[in-house]
Design a protein. Sequence first.
Length: 367
Amino acid sequence: QCTYLEIDQVEHTHAVVLSRPAWLWGAEMGANDCGVCVGNEGVWSREPVGEDEALLGMDLVRLALERGSSAREALDVITTLLERHGQGGNCKEQPEPFVYHNTFLLADRTEAWVLETAGRYWAAQQIREGSHNISNQLSIGSDITAEHPGLRERARSQGWWSGDGEFNFAQAFSLERQPPRMEAAKARLQAGRELLRRHEGHITAETLMSILRDKASGICADSEGIRTAGSMVSVLPRDPARPCVHFFTATPDPSRSVFKPLVLVAGLRAVPQVRSPTFPQDPARQVPRFRRSVDRRHELYRRHQAALELMEREPERGQQLLQTLQELEQQGLQGMKELLEGTVSPCPEELADLFFDCVEAEMKFYT
């Protein structure tokens, strides 16, 4: 059972860790026990979005992680399910429909992909070197590694491509007049590319955290209308003997949140402080949906919000708290650096408790 649609189960699913809106089944980003990471962004194209309930892009993120043992397998999971079931339905916990299609970043220890969709059609590009980012835009041009078998004929039949010369996916399927949200994303996409290019060749977890915290570019949003709800950075060593390390904030606004390390090992300790409450009569499950609202904030979120209010109300105390949180984050980064370099070898039980202990430590500073 996904957010809106029920689909066939498979024989085996991978263990996953997810950062997701609390009301739905899927996820905005996450990782699995094979070291596969997937994230998505909303996009609008010439293919119309429908309000009919199907798979959300966030459902496809989770399904890809549960069913894909590599980035390419995860991509194939998404495209197969997309062609079979379609994508659609309200993407926001509100009565008014907010519907979009999706782009995806997929990576594992050895390769990375961008997958962009328009309805049931799609194009994929393998990223063979350097860096790449997505941000509410179709970005794949003529460098297409794989595609929907009917993609070009669809573009030709709709008059979006003449059928002659080079085929450019973004040119063919992008809207001529984009909604304001996508227009604003153009600058954000370019800023992200520039920030990544500035660090080309020596991008670290800290580099990515600093980019995700960049407010001037709009990458880090902190307004009430659109707020960065959670952030994730993953380190995927090529050496299979080294563990994959994931850092999650589990709270909004990464500029004032703590990235906490998590290693997806057997027996991972549950962290109820970052799991949202459940409701017997959930308005997201009842049809018609979203006729009332419920408070889905988990315990860490509540305490973090109180800390943000303190930072605004008492700047001096707030700055001291922020500095303490930054020191906590640095401890986690240093510990994971030693783990990845092989200079420390914690026992499996310590790794299983790692994220729980970090959340507990953060919460102590909020009391």
